[in-house]
Design a protein. Sequence first.
Length: 305
Amino acid sequence: MNAYLLFALVLTLLIIAYLVSVLRHVRTQLTLIKDVLEDIKDGNLNRRVLAGESDMTRQICYGINEIAINSQSRFIHQKQSEQAYKRLMTSLSHDVKTPLASLVGYLEAIESKIVVGEEKDEYIHVASNKAYHLKHFVENLFEWVKLDSGEQVFHFEPFDLNELSRNIIADWVPILENNHFEYEFDIPEIEYTMRIDANAYTRILNNLLQNIITHSEGENMMLRIFENEQQAKIVITDNGKGISPDNLPHVFERMYQCDHSRSAKGNGLGLSITKELVSAHKGTITADSISGSGTTFTILLPKAL
């Protein structure tokens, strides 16, 4: 009996010692959690709580780490947005203020009859081009803001992708010819129905074709569409100057211009808008280029949206 009582006493002491050890460890963990939470509250989103698989607080630790990671991700996105808006303001200063002042100058010269005859016609032509540039920039700006704020409303409806593409391309034929571009279109004759926002898809092709005319400095372009049961692939290629390896990873970034000079054409919004519109269709767009040989844009759109 005495041996039994001694065994029970030893066992009880061991259990108590174990519980004390566990409680001490939990207390240490809770103190660490409190410190981490204080740090996170003060803005240090790099703090994490380490926990082992056997720790009683591991689920709490995992939850805190997940909150910190998500908060850090949102913080980074916010900083990126702030930087984008700063670049936007800089671009606005150049892409709106300067052409607008120039436009006003040309119109004042025409109105006050400082220029007449052929010179007047030239002034009207230049003023018209500047007005078109401003209109194009403002349209891009408004669309970019709507996409960035999530206010863009899409209407996905069943369309024959091939027929829709042919209709869009038809409007570009005279524009390509006027800009001395040779072109080739390879679009299947069969019907390929998928859910598309027709306006968004039109803007996607328009932006890419305008990008070729404005920036490629080429003379040939090709558009091909390949399709299977899972997805459609749209490939647009030009034979222009291409994009340098340094610039290629950034071509879809908002406000990014490969030519950073003041005389650069475009406003750095077209391709970023294109990527957003492709993403809205659950698709992807990539760019491949060889300097001096041309650029290829490849769009993959899933048939099941």
